[in-house]
Design a protein around this ligand. Structure first.
Ligand SMILES: Cc1cc2nc3c(=O)[nH]c(=O)nc-3n(C[C@H](O)[C@H](O)[C@H](O)COP(=O)(O)OP(=O)(O)OC[C@H]3O[C@@H](n4cnc5c(N)ncnc54)[C@H](O)[C@@H]3O)c2cc1C
Length: 385
């Protein structure tokens, strides 16, 4: 019997494996998942936690409860892939061989640069990141006590998970200041290494007009070199400075270290190099990538993974029948952007074009704030939507 080995049991590993198990019986295909963490966290709600719109305890589930029967879950860390020998090495359980390998190990935050970021985050007085649960909770508590000054949101580098999240933060913080009655005592600044707030139309124009109308200053082409949390100043490589009283920073992201240890699998930032449509490794024909771990030139989102999982299952259905796969991923993602309380705009696009108009609505808010988490745990992870 053939074995598919899946590395990583986050959103991508679970959505793909459960869909595969529904298509193939246990007597047809062995599915083994190696995941290092016993806890699965629903990251898209970190932005909601910051504004007290979700409770951190709702976001966490035991990893083992997410997989269908008949999927073998191994809690262990993979340290290296040996593509020429069709096997991987783990920390505790030795080597695992495979016929096909699916890499779903996601990305990680890198705290080495800008200088001073790590110390500022550790001190936790005016510098925060909501890109992890602990940071989201600390930022929530700091915002509750904020009584005026400059709030900044800084993106260090691209690519990052959900590139809209730092914008959601600054728009929601601005709206929160109105609701707290302190808007006239506050200033809002968004810095980005990109030339504009957002890269895709029509959402970019809409966001620019929202920022302008609500007095959120944008500092484009700003790649931070150092943060001085004591003085409340962030500088970029070109010498520009932004002052802040409270800052949310999005640290640089990279692929996982096992990719670095596995020759030929990833690029310089350890993203798995794959054909952006066929999802197969650019170098190894029995290795596939899915989710944040890949170098797909689209936003790193769970919504994109939902689509990728469907495509990858179709690809394997063909391969396991001995046919040439025809299914392809078109880069589709849907990103719910919270623009203010009770309003969300969906940015919905693929590699080529926008799929939905740039409209803020209450219905979108209800979907994002009240429905997406239950949909994720009950339907998306089970491969039902
Ligand atoms: C603040 C924030 C807001 C977001 N908002 C949205 C949103 O609104 N909509 C949306 O669709 N998406 C959003 N996302 C993005 C979404 O959460 C991610 O795209 C998605 O969770 C990525 O899933 P993944 O499985 O690819 O990676 P991960 O969820 O990171 O899973 C990777 C798994 O691999 C495991 N792993 C890594 N290395 C190893 C190893 N060596 N051995 C064994 N296991 C390993 C990890 O433990 C992890 O469980 C947001 C993310 C953040 C941080």
């Amino acid at each position: 019997m053939k074995r598919i080995l899946v590395l990583g049991g986050g959103s991508a590993g679970v959505m793909f494996s459960n869909r595969m198990r529904r298509e193939f019986g246990q007597d047809e295909l062995e599915i083994v998942v190696i995941e290092k963490s016993e806890k699965h966290i629903y990251q898209p709600a970190f932005t909601l936690v910051v504004f007290d719109l979700d409770d951190p305890k709702n976001l966490v589930r035991p990893t083992k409860d997410l997989f269908f029967d008949g999927i073998k879950l191994v809690i262990d860390e993979v340290t290296k892939i040996h593509p020429e020998e069709n096997k991987v090495t783990t920390t505790k359980n030795g080597d695992y061989s495979y016929d096909y390998l699916v890499i779903a190990t996601g990305g990680r935050l890198v705290y080495g640069e800008p200088e001073g970021m790590k110390e500022g985050l550790e001190k936790g007085t005016n510098l925060f990141t909501f890109y992890n649960m602990d940071g989201a909770v600390k930022l929530r508590d700091a915002l509750k006590n904020f009584d005026g000054g400059t709030i900044a949101s800084t993106v260090c580098e691209m690519p990052i998970k959900c590139p809209a999240a730092p914008m959601k933060f600054i728009m929601m913080a601005e709206d929160m200041s109105r609701r707290m009655g302190i808007r006239d005592k506050c200033k809002f600044v968004f810095t980005t290494p990109m030339p504009a707030v957002f890269s895709r139309q029509p959402y970019a124009s809409k966001l620019e007009s929202i920022f302008k109308a609500r007095g959120i200053e944008t500092v484009p082409n700003f790649t931070p070199s150092e943060v001085d949390h004591d003085k409340g100043i962030i500088k970029d490589f070109g010498g520009k400075e932004v002052k802040f009283d409270l800052m949310s920073i999005t640290p640089p992201h990279e692929g996982m270290s096992l990719i670095e240890n596995s020759e030929g699998v990833g690029d310089a930032a350890n993203w798995v190099t794959c054909d952006k449509h066929r999802m197969v490794s650019k170098k190894f024909e029995n290795i596939y990538g899915i989710g944040d771990a890949t170098d797909f030139p689209t936003s790193k989102t769970a919504s994109g993974i939902r689509k990728q999982a469907k495509v990858l299952v179709s690809i394997f259905k063909a391969i396991l029948k001995g046919e040439a796969p025809t299914a392809t991923y078109d880069g589709e993602i849907i990103c719910p952007m919270l623009t203010r309380y009770n309003r969300v705009m969906f940015a919905h696009f693929n590699y080529e074009e926008a799929i939905s108009p740039a409209i803020e609505s209450y219905a979108n808010w209800v979907l994002k704030v009240h429905m997406l988490r239950p949909l994720y745990f009950n339907l998306m992870l089970n491969g039902l939507v």
